[in-house]
Design a binder for this molecule. Structure first.
Ligand code: CA2
Length: 150
C-alpha cells in the first residue's frame, strides 16, 4: 500500500478518557479530551503531521482501530487507560503495527496503586511519557515527528 506524503499519526484513548475535564481534576486536569485533540491537531499541523484521533471504552474497538492503522499511520500515541494494565489483546495488536508507538499516561502511574505499575503496552512502546499531564500528548507528538520525518 502507498503511504501518504504527510505522515499520519493516530492518537488512541481508552476507557473513561472521554470523561477528561469533568471529574478528578486533581489527577487528570481540567482540559477535556476535545481540548487535547484540538491542541494535538494544531501542533501536528506545525510539525507537518496529520493527526487522527479515536477514543473507545471497548477493548475490541481499540484493537480494530489499531489493525486499521496498519499501512495508514506512521505512528500511534496511545493512552489505553485501564486496559494498559490488563490487555494482552491491545499489546498483540500493537505488535502487528509496523510504525512507531508512544505510550502516554497523564498521571504518574508509579505513584499510584500497585495494580497501575505494570503496563502491557510498555513491552511494545518505542517511548513512554508518564505523569506530565496532558502535555504528555504534545511531547509524544514532537517525539513522533522526529521519528517519522527523519
Ligand atoms: O494516567 C493515565 O493517563 C491513565 O492511563 C488513566 C486511566 C487509568 O486507569 C490509568 O491507570 C492511568 C484512567 C482514565 C480515566 O480518566 C478519567 C478522566 C476524568 C475523569 C475520570 C476518569
Amino acid at each position: 500500500m502507498t503511504l501518504p506524503q504527510t505522515p499520519n499519526v493516530l492518537i488512541l484513548n481508552g476507557p473513561n478518557l472521554n470523561m477528561l475535564g469533568t471529574r478528578q481534576p486533581e489527577i487528570y486536569g481540567r482540559d477535556t479530551l476535545d481540548d487535547v485533540i484540538d491542541a494535538c491537531t494544531a501542533l501536528g499541523g506545525d510539525l507537518g503531521l496529520k493527526v487522527q484521533a479515536f477514543q473507545s471504552n471497548h477493548e475490541g474497538a481499540l484493537v480494530d482501530r489499531i489493525q486499521q492503522a496498519r499501512g495508514e499511520a506512521q505512528g500511534i500515541i496511545i493512552n489505553a487507560g485501564a486496559y494498559t494494565h490488563t490487555s494482552v489483546a491491545i499489546l498483540d495488536a500493537l505488535n502487528i503495527f509496523e510504525g512507531q508507538v508512544i505510550e502516554v499516561h497523564i498521571s504518574n502511574i508509579h505513584k499510584r496503586e500497585g495494580f497501575r505499575h505494570h503496563s502491557y503496552i510498555s513491552q511494545r512502546a518505542d517511548g513512554i511519557i508518564i505523569g506530565m499531564g496532558i502535555a504528555g500528548y504534545l511531547l509524544a507528538l514532537r517525539r513522533l515527528a522526529s521519528l517519522v520525518t527523519d
